[in-house]
Design a protein around this ligand. Structure first.
Ligand SMILES: Cc1cc2nc3c(=O)[nH]c(=O)nc-3n(C[C@H](O)[C@H](O)[C@H](O)COP(=O)(O)O)c2cc1C
Length: 182
């Protein structure tokens, strides 16, 4: 797939098959994240451990419930709330708190990962919701299990896996949000 096909093909996937992501593909995907523009240190953490994925999902729901954001609270209180969508693999992008550009750096790496994974035929979703797990009392436990460098916090995540039946995709709207200044 050329780059424009990849860009046009990418959509948020919210239902995954349990199949593992191939090791060679994973290396290509992670390398793409490392090659993104960056401003300061950041960490890419690949999680495939099922128990840890389950915990991140569960504590994300707890964090959403306490977020103070009406939409997230409402979503978290539905029985079908499943913020990481049973993806077999989650990549977390973390940066130290003192790096004011940490979120932007993490985001650039996440998009590179998303495009690489899309090009290799995987479904992905850009996810801010798992960061709510780190605003709960389970934060230190999760940070320890993720083996993050000291003072690094997850700022964004990407779920990756083979796409299941597309249950939660929304049609892409054509929005007029470009202006040209000549
Ligand atoms: C900053 C940001 C945070 C997002 N967080 C989530 C999330 O937590 N969960 C989710 O399902 N989608 C999340 N998305 C994906 C958007 O919902 C999605 O990109 C948007 O609806 C457009 O749909 P598309 O990706 O299929 O084109 C996020 C996107 C962005 C840019």
């Amino acid at each position: 797939m050329d780059i424009f096909e990849v860009i046009n093909k990418r959509r948020s996937v919210r239902n995954y098959l349990p199949d593992e992501v191939d090791e060679k593909d994973l290396k290509i995907i992670v390398d793409a994240g490392k090659k993104a523009p960056k401003a300061g240190p950041f960490q890419i953490t690949v999680v495939t451990n099922e128990e840890l994925l389950r915990k991140i999902n569960e504590f994300t729901i707890d964090g959403m419930k306490n977020s103070g954001n009406d939409l997230l609270v409402e979503k978290a209180n539905t029985p079908e709330c499943n913020p990481i969508y049973d993806a077999p693999l989650l990549i977390l992008f973390s940066a130290p708190d003192e790096n004011v550009f940490g979120g932007l750096t993490a985001s650039a790496a996440a998009e590179n990962v998303i495009l690489a994974a899309t090009g290799l035929g995987y479904g992905t979703c850009y996810l801010v919701s798992p960061t709510f797990a780190f605003q709960t009392s389970k934060k230190d436990e999760l940070i320890k299990e993720l083996q993050l460098p000291a003072d690094f916090n997850p700022l964004i995540a990407v779920s990756i896996g083979k796409e299941g039946e597309n249950k939660f995709g929304v049609p892409q709207e054509e929005i007029n949000n470009v202006n040209y200044v000549k």
